[in-house]
Design a protein around this ligand. Structure first.
Ligand SMILES: [Mn+2]
Length: 437
């Protein structure tokens, strides 16, 4: 039997906080705040509670603190208020820069760099590939930080000139392997070691949804991360909790709250890790994230569509959830519906939307705006298309925002950033979720 004299360090690993997401929220009349911001703060508070109460020896944050690099002050303050509790309790923390934290202007993560500027005791901002030796109350540990990689982090413009995206991707991974190896070579072999990285692993799975990568994204081969020098590989970026490798443990804790309906069926939480040199174990700790409920049915053949829809709502357990009702119906059945009764039935939810899909017999007319010869920019084309799709109305804003972001990124020369467009097409309904943060 192994006699382990070293005490295990206790590490709380969380990621993808996305504090400041407001979609599906409503204004809390008592506080004047968007209720979703309060939900995200509540989840973050539970993470920090655990770290402080236990106490943890170290907190590792895997990146994507906010939806973008310039969060409003109230959101910055809510984030700072929680992480400050760690500083007060003398618990060191590493804040890694995710793609949402990166500002396109200048170096480093604009939204998190403030913690370095302020020199918050025990706080490290991981905005480059670097090894940090951290003193905790139960011993030292070393953390290699690997923030979200863009081409410019490791390659010069001259090196990538004339290369295809695939070639650039390969070159970047070759370069990353060399840089990581250099970090690994200077590690102290007697200390527990964690790689903390914000990236898309090419073996990460996203559930049953089909995925399209918009632009050519850099995915990092799992083999690069499964190095014997690491006792634990703490990841961020993918919102679905998953374990990619057992030895060493390579873990995405996932996001702490659901960001959109694409995460409806995912448990949300953080990881509690116990680690010593050559030894690590972890436990996924679920958080009571706000439930999302999709109620989707086809009442085209129903004698009493109203009763069928009400029954479906009743069965869905929508109390305090973010609900969406999607029903397919024939135009001649619309008279049988009492929509105010549907609203009443959905009122137990935290927030809801109703998306009727009226099945039309007539052929859908081509959009006159989209005739050959007409040149529309992508946003106008999408807007024109959406204006004809009543059933997508509920998603229209999200689709436009996501498109805007994608276009913005490619314009800023960041087309290599990995944004996964998740396009499940269940029945008649098309949803695009920005799945990863
Ligand atoms: Mn991310």
């Amino acid at each position: 039997m192994k006699c382990n004299h070293k005490s295990m360090l206790k590490v709380l690993h969380l990621s993808d906080i996305h504090l400041g997401s407001t979609t599906h929220g409503r204004i809390n009349p008592k506080t004047g705040m968007n209720s979703r911001i309060e939900d995200f703060v509540a989840s973050l508070t539970l993470c920090i509670d655990r770290a402080v109460n236990e106490p943890a020896d170290l907190v590792l944050f895997g990146g994507d603190a906010f939806p973008d690099a310039t969060p409003p002050p109230i959101v910055q303050q809510a984030f700072a208020k929680q992480f400050r509790r760690l500083a007060d309790a003398g618990i060191p923390a590493v804040l890694l820069i995710g793609n949402h934290d990166q500002h396109t202007q200048g170096q480093g993560g604009a939204s998190l760099a403030i913690y370095r500027s302020l020199a918050v005791p025990g706080f490290i901002v991981g905005d480059r590939i670097e090894t940090h030796q951290i003193e905790t109350r139960n011993g030292n540990i070393q953390i290699i930080t690997l923030p979200w990689l863009t081409r410019s982090a490791l390659l010069t413009r001259q090196e990538t000139e004339g290369l295809s995206m695939a070639e650039v991707g390969r070159l970047l991974i070759d370069r990353l392997a060399v840089v990581l190896e250099a970090e690994i070579r200077q590690l102290d072999r007697d200390l527990p070691t964690v790689l903390l990285a914000h990236l898309m692993v090419d073996k990460a799975t996203y559930g049953a949804e089909r995925f399209l990568a918009a632009g050519k994204g850099f995915t990092i081969p799992l083999s690069l991360l499964c190095h014997e020098a690491f006792d634990y590989v703490a990841l961020g970026h993918v919102h679905r909790h998953q374990v990619l490798c057992q030895n060493p443990l390579v873990v995405y804790p996932g996001s702490i709250e659901r960001v959109d309906f694409g995460e409806e069926n995912e448990a949300k939480g953080y990881c509690w890790v116990e680690i010593a040199q050559g030894d690590a174990r972890f436990e996924f700790c679920p958080l009571p994230a706000r439930p999302f409920r999709t109620i989707q049915l086809d009442v085209c053949d129903a004698a009493d569509p109203q009763a069928q829809i009400l029954k479906a709502i009743d069965k869905a357990n929508i109390t305090d959830s973010i609900a969406r009702l999607i029903y397919r119906i024939k135009p001649e059945q619309l008279g049988q519906l009492d929509t105010s009764a549907l609203h009443t039935a959905l009122a137990a939810s935290h927030n809801y939307s109703i998306a009727p899909e009226v099945v039309s017999q007539s052929e859908r007319a081509r959009l006159p705006e989209l005739n050959a010869g007409e040149i529309l920019d992508p946003m106008s084309a999408l807007r024109a298309y959406l204006s004809t799709r009543e059933d997508l109305k509920i998603l229209a804003t999200d689709l436009l925002t996501a498109t805007q972001e994608l276009l913005g990124e490619s314009q800023e020369g960041l087309s290599e950033s990995i944004v996964a467009l998740q396009i499940p097409v269940p029945e008649q309904q098309l949803a695009i979720d920005l799945k990863t943060g």
